[in-house]
Ligand binder design. Structure first.
Ligand code: ADP
Length: 591
C-alpha cells in the first residue's frame, strides 16, 4: 500500500470493498437495463417506419390497380364498349394517373383492343397491338384478381406491370385493363424516409434488385442484386426481422455497422429493410455509458479518498497510543496521550494516561526509596571504612597477619559497597533532575591527569601502561571539572577493569565542529555489537563469561551518559570483541 499501517489498510480495503462493489453492480445493472430498453426503442422505431412505409406503398399500388378496375353499366356478358369510348377512357386514366406509363384494353380472348402510352396519347397503331392471351397478367386479371408483376428497370425508372379485371353491372368480368406503373413515387417514399439523421430504408424486388433506397443506397448506384446479403436473402424467403427479438446487427452493403429491421411484402414478393448506423443509433447509449462511467469513477475516487481519510482517522489514535507505550517503555511517564475523538478511543486514551500517571507515581516512589536507602547507607559504610582503616593501622591494638588478611577483604567489599551506594545516589539524583552541574570554561587536561594519577595503582597492579599526551594549546570546554573527573574515573576505570592481560590504555583528543572529543582506548576484552546497543542502559552488564569475576553495578556508563548529555555533549563506543574498545565523549568548546 501507498500508506503504511496494516490496520489502516485493512479498514481501507474493507470500506472500499463494501462500497465500490455495489457501485459497480449498480452501474452494470443500470447500463444493462438502458441497453435493453434502447434496443427495444430502436427496434420499435424501425418497425414503426417499416409498417408505415409498407402501408404507403400498398396504398399507392392499390390506388392504381383500383383505378384500372372499371365497372360498366351494361348487363351484357361481353365487352360492348366502342373504340372511341375506350380511347377516351384510357386517355383519362393516363391523364389522371401520372405513374401510369401505359394502359391497354385486352378482350377476353387476350387480344389488345386499344393501347395508349405517354409517347402516344392517341393510341398505338393497330398493327402494334399485342396478343396477351398467354401472359400471366392477362390470365390473373381475367380470373377476377388484380395482378402486380415483376419490376423491370428502365431509364424512366422501375416499371411494374399491373392488370385488373373490369366488370359489367352484374360483376361479371367482361374485359381486362393492363398497364405499366412507374414506381418513382415508391422510390420517393423510400428515399425520404429517415431514422434520426443517418438511418434509412431500402426496398428490393424478389430478385434482390434495388427498387429504391435512402442513405448510400440513394447516392451510390447499386446495380448488383442484394439477394446474397444475409438479411435480404432471409427476407426474400419470407422472414421478418421485427421487434427487439428480430433486431439485427451487421455490416451493411457499404461496410458500416448498422442495426436493422426488415419485412417481407408478400403481395409483391419485395423486401423492405430499415438500417440505422450504430454510430448514431447507439450514440445515446454511448453517451449514457460515458456519463455512467464518469459518475461511477468519481464516486469510486471519492470513496477511496473518504476510506483513506476515515482509516487514517481511526488509526491515528491507535498510533498515538503506540507512541505512548514506546515512551512508557523508555521510562518517560510525563507525556500524556492526547486523543480527541469523542468515542471509546478517547476513553482508552484517558485510561492509558491514568495508567501512565500510576506508573509515574510508582517510579517516583521507587526512586525515592532507592535514594533514601542509598543515602542512609552512606554514613554506616563510611563509618565502617574509617574503623576498618583504624584497625588495620593497629590503633585498636595489634592484629595477627591472618586477621589483617581478612580485614583487607572486608575493606575491599566495603569499597564496592561504597561505590554502589554512590552510583545509586548519582542515578537517583539524575532521575530526579537533582544532578548539580556547574558549567564553566575549563581546561580539561588537568582533571584528566588527576584521574589517571589516581587510577595508576590499579593499572600497575595489572601491568597496564597508561599514556596521555595532550597536544599543547587545547581549547577550553564548557563543562563541570568535577563531573569530567567522574566521567574519566568511569571510563578509564572500565578500561583497566575489562583488560585481562598486560596492555595499554590510551587517552587522546580530537576537535570536531565546535566540540572537543576525548577518547579512552583500551586493548581489553571488547564488546559485541549486540551489547554495544544497550551499554548505556541502567544496570546493564554484558552477559559474558569473561567478566563473571569482575565486580560492577552496570550503572557507571549510564551515569557517564547522563553527565555528558547534561553538559550538552554526546557519548559513543566502538569496539571489537577480543581486540579492545574505544569510548568517546564530546564537550562543547568554550568561545
Ligand atoms: P560496570 O559497573 O559493570 O562496569 P558500566 O556501566 O560501567 O558498569 O559498564 C557496563 C558494562 O559494559 C560492563 O559490565 C561491561 O560488561 C561493559 N564494559 C564497559 N566498559 C568496557 C570496556 N572498556 N571494555 C569491555 N567492556 C566494557
Amino acid at each position: 500500500m501507498i500508506f503504511g499501517g496494516k490496520l489502516r489498510n485493512k479498514i481501507f480495503l474493507t470500506m472500499a470493498l463494501v462500497s465500490i462493489v455495489p457501485i459497480f453492480i449498480a452501474a452494470f445493472l443500470s447500463l444493462y437495463s438502458i441497453d435493453t430498453s434502447h434496443r427495444a426503442d430502436v427496434a420499435n422505431l424501425e418497425g414503426a417506419l417499416i409498417s408505415q412505409k409498407y402501408a404507403e406503398i400498398k396504398n399507392f399500388l392499390d390506388g392504381i390497380t383500383g383505378m384500372l378496375q372499371l365497372r360498366f353499366e351494361f348487363e351484357e356478358d361481353k365487352d360492348v364498349l366502342d373504340l372511341a369510348a375506350k380511347k377516351s377512357l384510357l386517355k383519362l386514366l393516363l391523364k389522371e394517373n401520372q405513374p401510369l406509363e401505359e394502359v391497354a384494353f385486352v378482350n377476353l380472348e387476350g387480344q389488345e383492343t386499344v393501347r395508349f402510352n405517354r409517347f402516344n396519347m392517341e393510341g398505338v397503331p393497330k398493327e402494334e397491338l399485342r396478343n396477351q392471351s398467354q401472359s400471366e397478367k392477362f390470365l390473373v386479371a381475367k380470373s377476377g384478381r388484380d395482378y402486380t408483376g415483376p419490376v423491370h428497370y428502365t431509364l424512366k425508372g422501375p416499371i411494374m406491370p399491373v392488370a385488373s379485371p373490369s366488370r359489367n353491372k352484374n360483376g361479371v368480368v367482361v374485359t381486362v385493363i393492363t398497364g405499366e406503373v412507374n414506381l418513382r413515387n415508391i422510390q420517393k417514399i423510400i428515399e425520404t424516409s429517415k431514422l434520426g439523421e443517418s438511418g434509412y430504408l431500402y426496398l428490393f424486388d424478389h430478385d434482390g434488385f434495388l427498387i429504391g433506397g435512402g442513405g448510400n443506397f440513394k447516392s451510390e448506384a447499386v446495380l448488383s442484386s442484394l439477394k446474397d446479403i444475409g438479411v435480404a436473402r432471409a427476407v426474400l424467403r419470407g422472414s421478418d426481422f421485427l421487434g427487439a427479438e428480430g433486431q439485427q446487427r451487421y455490416r451493411n452493403f457499404f461496410g458500416d455497422m448498422v442495426i436493422a429491421a426488415a419485412k417481407f411484402m408478400p403481395e409483391y414478393k419485395w423486401g423492405l429493410v430499415a438500417e440505422w448506423p450504430t454510430k448514431e443509433a447507439d450514440a445515446v447509449v454511448r453517451d449514457l455509458l460515458y456519463k455512467n462511467l464518469i459518475v461511477s469513477f468519481s464516486v469510486v475516487v471519492a470513496v477511496i479518498l473518504i476510506s483513506i481519510l476515515l482509516a487514517t482517522l481511526i488509526v491515528r489514535p491507535v498510533r498515538k497510543l503506540e507512541d505512548g507505550t514506546e515512551l512508557v517503555a523508555k521510562g518517560k511517564f510525563d507525556q500524556p496521550v492526547i486523543i480527541k475523538t469523542g468515542d471509546e478511543l478517547e476513553e482508552l486514551g484517558a485510561a492509558f494516561n491514568r495508567m501512565m500517571a500510576g506508573l509515574k507515581q510508582l517510579q517516583e516512589l521507587k526512586d525515592e526509596f532507592v535514594f533514601i536507602a542509598a543515602h542512609e547507607l552512606r554514613t554506616p559504610v563510611a563509618a565502617m571504612k574509617g574503623y576498618l582503616s583504624l584497625i588495620l593501622d593497629g590503633i585498636a591494638g595489634p592484629i595477627t597477619e591472618k586477621t589483617k588478611d581478612f580485614i583487607q577483604k572486608v575493606v575491599k567489599a566495603n569499597q564496592r559497597l561504597i561505590q554502589l551506594v554512590n552510583d545509586l545516589l548519582e542515578v537517583s539524583r539524575s532521575e530526579a533532575g537533582r544532578l548539580t552541574i556547574k558549567v564553566a570554561p575549563v581546561d580539561i587536561v588537568e582533571p584528566i591527569k588527576t584521574v589517571l594519577q589516581e587510577l595508576r595503582p590499579l593499572a600497575d597492579e595489572k601491568s597496564i601502561k597508561m599514556s596521555y599526551e595532550p597536544p599543547p594549546g587545547l581549547p577550553r570546554v564548557l563543562a563541570d571539572a568535577d563531573r569530567v573527573k567522574e566521567i574519566m574515573v568511569n571510563l578509564v576505570g572500565n578500561a583497566i577493569k575489562y583488560t585481562l592481560g598486560a596492555s595499554e590504555v590510551l587517552v587522546s583528543h580530537d576537535i570536531q565542529g565546535g566540540y572537543l572529543l576525548t577518547y579512552v582506548k583500551d586493548g581489553g576484552i571488547g564488546i559485541s555489537k549486540e551489547a554495544q546497543k544497550r551499554l548505556f542502559e541502567k544496570f546493564y552488564r554484558v552477559p559474558d563469561e569473561k567478566i563473571k569475576g569482575i565486580t560492577g553495578t552496570g550503572l557507571g556508563l549510564f551515569i557517564v551518559k547522563e553527565l555528558v548529555l547534561k553538559m550538552n555533549g554526546k557519548v559513543g563506543v566502538s569496539s571489537e570483541e577480543g581486540k579492545g574498545s574505544i569510548f568517546a565523549f564530546s564537550l562543547p568548546i568554550a568561545q
